[in-house]
Design a protein around this ligand. Structure first.
Ligand code: FDA
Length: 309
């Protein structure tokens, strides 16, 4: 728990970022979680996953931009990604995930409007391609703003997806509000460091909240996306889908690239819809540190590889 807090705090410290990114051995570990630094690398990974019957959501790595120019570059990168995906002809089996902070959401004076303005063309391009965009969820201070942008986008593009984090105390209410026809919601446990006022701190409480929210989404009229590597949650999702008579194409399991790949293939072969979240790009530091914080085994793997290089 202490280590987890330290890693999550470190994920937002530029000084440490320079040390971690500059260590050659880090790259070897990063490759396990990140599909590559270029769009071409990402498209190669997408093709391989598609061959195994696994859909994808592509994430151009980056977050917390500091000016409008950077935010515009994020938008351009996603338009290029969608053009690349068009060439693969996978339709809705290849969508994109975006972090609004990379579109300028947190910039002072109109950041939310800027993010909406810059993400809209990405959503329009996705719709034109017959696919969707999902808005990742960042720390709890951004949830209201992200849900407001989602509501705007869903007016013209109802398939735009949201992410809800079970660890947040507010999430069960948000899940109820979003469990309506046509609404795509990825439920995750939550990867950010949050104060007790906003979030459950105990793992068991988070798991119990996840199960409750999953029940709300599975009972509702939307399209639940079960974002978890936890076998307990994936089993529960399968049981709830059966209990509520959900067709196999009315919900899906999502896992991160490089995490439990055998399980991803096994579920897909069993007829469960599976989607891998595929991050790519040079700005992998924040994403990588959150993966280390999530699981002691990931951290051990990283430390071992530093020691053997
Ligand atoms: P958790 O880490 O709680 O582990 C529970 C159990 O799962 C373990 O005890 C083990 O049995 C099994 N397990 C987990 N990892 C394993 C591994 N590598 N190998 C073998 N077994 C393993 N967060 C966020 O805040 N905003 C977001 O937008 C997103 N988006 C997102 C998309 C997708 C597709 C996923 C899968 C996750 C996210 N997340 C996220 C991250 C999420 O909030 C969470 O931090 C991680 O998924 C870790 O939680 P889990 O539910 O996977 O299991």
């Amino acid at each position: 728990m202490l280590m987890q807090r330290a890693l999550l705090a470190a994920s937002r410290r530029p000084g440490l970022r320079r040390v971690v990114v500059g260590t050659p051995a880090t790259r070897h570990v990063v490759e396990r979680f990140v599909a590559g630094e270029t769009l071409a690398d990402a498209l190669t990974a997408v093709r391989a996953l598609a061959d195994d019957g696994i859909a994808v959501t592509l994430d151009h790595l980056g977050e917390d931009v500091t000016d409008r120019g950077e935010a515009k570059r994020t938008s351009d990168a996603y338009l290029a990604a969608l053009e690349g995906l068009a060439g693969l002809g996978l339709g809705p089996a290849a969508e994109v995930s975006v972090k609004l902070s990379a579109f300028g959401q947190s910039l002072p004076d109109g950041g939310e409007d800027l993010a909406l303005e810059l993400v809209r063309p990405v959503v329009e391009a996705a719709t034109a391609l017959g696919t969707t965009v999902t808005l990742d969820m960042e720390d709890s201070t951004t949830v209201d703003s992200t849900l407001a942008v989602l509501a705007e986008l869903r007016r013209d593009h109802p398939g735009t997806g949201a992410v809800l984090q079970a660890m947040l105390r507010r999430t069960e209410d948000d899940a109820r509000a979003l469990a309506t026809a046509g609404s795509r919601v990825r439920l995750v446990k939550g990867a950010y460091r949050e104060p007790p006022s906003a979030a459950f701190q105990d793992r068991r409480e988070v798991d119990a909240a996840y199960a409750r929210c999953l029940g709300v989404l599975m009972r509702g009229g939307g399209y639940p996306m079960v974002g978890s590597h936890d076998p307990v949650m994936v089993d529960l999702a399968q049981r709830l889908a059966a209990e509520y008579g959900r067709a196999a194409d009315s919900w899906e399991v999502q896992m991160l690239y490089g995490i439990r790949p055998d399980e991803q293939r096994r579920l897909a072969a069993e007829g469960v819809r599976v989607r891998a979240y595929v991050p790519y790009g040079v700005d992998w530091y924040g994403y990588f540190m959150r993966r280390l914080a999530e699981r002691p085994a990931n951290l051990r793997f990283f430390l071992r590889s530093l020691a053997t290089k």
